[in-house]
Structure formats: C-alpha cells, structure tokens
Design a protein around this ligand. Structure first.
Ligand SMILES: C[S@@+](CC[C@H](N)C(=O)[O-])C[C@H]1O[C@@H](n2cnc3c(N)ncnc32)[C@H](O)[C@@H]1O
Length: 278
C-alpha cells in the first residue's frame, strides 16, 4: 500500500500532508496499515487516535464523534468571554449536553483560571462517556478532590429523558453555563453523508430528527425550567449550516431568551448564544 493510492484518493497535497503525520505518529500501528485504512476511507483522526483541540490533544476512537475545528473555534471564543469574570471564589457550574470526547468542557477547564470551573458532561453513549473520562484523566482534569483545580466529570444519561437530571445522577441544577454541540443533521442531509462519516461515526451523534432541530427543542425546554439556570447564565449551542435562525426562534419562543449568533472561521452562522430574559 503506497502513497500513490492515497494521492489518488485525497489529491497530492493532502496525501503528502497526511503521509507526513502518519510517519510522525507515535502509534504502534505500522505505516502500511495506516495507509491502507486511510485509503479505505477511515478518518485520519481514528487512525492516529487523536485530534488537537486548542492546546489539548484529545483522544479519539470510533464511534465517538471526532471534535471539529468549528467547535474548537467557538469554545476558545467562549473561554475568552468568560475569562474576565471566572474566579475560584465562585466556580462556574457548567453542563455540556452530548459531551462526546469531552472536548468542549475540557478545553474550557484548560483555558479558564484554576479552580473557576466545575464541569459535567452527559452523553447517552457509554463509548463516549468512557472516552471522555479517559480524556479528562489525560488532561489532568478528572473530578474533583482538589477544589483549587478545574474539573470535568462525564456522566451517562439521556437529556431527552423527562426526568433528566434525576436525583441520583451526581449533577444537579442550577447551572451558570450550558454548552452543547447536539446531533443536528436532518434526514435529507443524513442520507447524503460521505461514507467517511456515516460508516464510522455514531448515528446517535449525528442525526437530529427529520429537520435536524429535535435536540434544540429539548435543550430550550430544559433551560426554560424555573430552577435550571442561575441568574446571568449563558446557553451556547452549535448549529448546522442554515439552522441559526430557527434555533434562535426556538430559544425565544420556548425559553423567552435573548439570542446572538457567532460566525465560524468560514463565516457561517455556527453558534447561538442565548441568555434569559427578553
Ligand atoms: C455532535 S456529537 C458532539 C460531541 C462533542 N460534544 C463534540 O462537540 O465533539 C453529539 C453527542 O450527543 C450525544 N447524544 C445523542 N443523543 C443524546 C441524548 N439523548 N442524551 C445525551 N447525549 C446524547 C451523542 O452520543 C454524541 O456524543
């Protein structure tokens, strides 16, 4: 298996780049096998078993969603927004809905002052929760013991469960920050996904209902509950291309929130920021 086959699949420039990364990788997998897997269409991040996310290296493993650059971009911007007021005197209580690898809360924990963040992440998938726990340990951010450090704790649960978060879950409202990159692919988009996504990444991480908006309705209903958010709380959700206006409407109508939109590095409306009180 050789570089020409990879070039035929990816184009010369991309193949040369990826070949360089594979050669440099500390992975125990022989280079030939890595090339064969990549030529067969497996995402590079699953072959290398890691993905940079800001200054962090996040461990990746199928079928848990590979962290994307647009998510990294808004998470860094969110950390910059929170930084001036984040203090160990009153740690932020953070809940990440659909945490996957744990990349969002882990990067917030890494970028915000020590002792200023207590983060929890829920995911329905045991694969995701196990991987998020491994990532928390690798980043030195496992919960809790030492209150002078930031911490992240992944928990297996469905936030679509009407009893969420039930009493024995180990996490309870009110929260200062809700983050989510929920499944948001609509049915027409789902059936057109490239095999490099649909054959490897968990459908539960991708499919967001017929119009892709099911999880935004659920999150808006959660944060509309009286006791769910602290005063001054912020809700930050990633959205699919073309969904930002509908998601703003959902948060306004269901939870009476003020909203704004952040663009991603490619100028797409990618993130909806919602705050209580119209
Ligand atoms: C798009 S992925 C995002 C993963 C990660 N936050 C990221 O940005 O890379 C959505 C995640 O939501 C999880 N998920 C799907 N349905 C869920 C539910 N009902 N409750 C909790 N998590 C759910 C999936 O398992 C998946 O890990």
């Amino acid at each position: 298996m050789s570089l020409p086959l990879l070039s035929a699949r990816l184009g010369k420039r991309q193949a040369a780049l990826e070949y360089k990364w594979m050669k440099r990788a500390t992975s125990p997998i022989p280079l030939d096998q890595m090339l064969a897997r990549r030529v067969a269409g497996e995402p590079l991040q699953y072959i290398l078993a890691e993905q940079p996310f800001g200054p962090l290296t996040i461990k990746t493993r199928p079928p848990v969603l590979i962290p994307r650059p647009e998510t990294e971009h808004w998470t860094i911007r969110l950390a910059e927004l929170l930084h001036p007021t984040a203090t160990p005197a009153r740690p932020l209580s953070v809940l990440d809905l659909g945490t996957g690898t744990g990349c969002i809360p882990l990067l917030l924990c890494h970028l915000l002052p020590a002792g200023s963040v207590r983060a929890y992440g829920v995911d329905i998938s045991p694969d995701a929760v196990n991987l998020a726990a491994e990532n928390a340990a690798l980043c030195g951010l496992s919960a809790p013991a030492d209150p002078s450090r930031n911490s992240f704790q992944p928990i297996q649960a469905s936030f679509l469960d009407p009893n969420f978060p039930h009493l024995n879950l180990g996490v309870a409202p009110p929260f200062d920050l809700i983050t989510s990159n929920p499944p948001y692919i609509s049915w027409p988009e789902y059936v057109r996904l490239p095999p490099s996504v649909s054959h490897y990444e968990d459908p539960k991480a991708l499919f967001g209902g017929p119009d892709g908006l099911d999880f935004y309705h659920a999150i808006a209903a959660l944060v509309a509950r009286n006791d769910f958010l602290n005063p001054g709380a912020v809700v930050v959700v990633e959205v699919g291309d073309g969904q930002a206006d509908s998601v703003q409407r959902i948060f306004k109508a269901t939870a009476q929130m003020n909203t704004e939109i952040w663009l991603d590095p490619w100028k797409k409306m990618r993130t909806v920021i919602a705050r209580p009180g119209i």
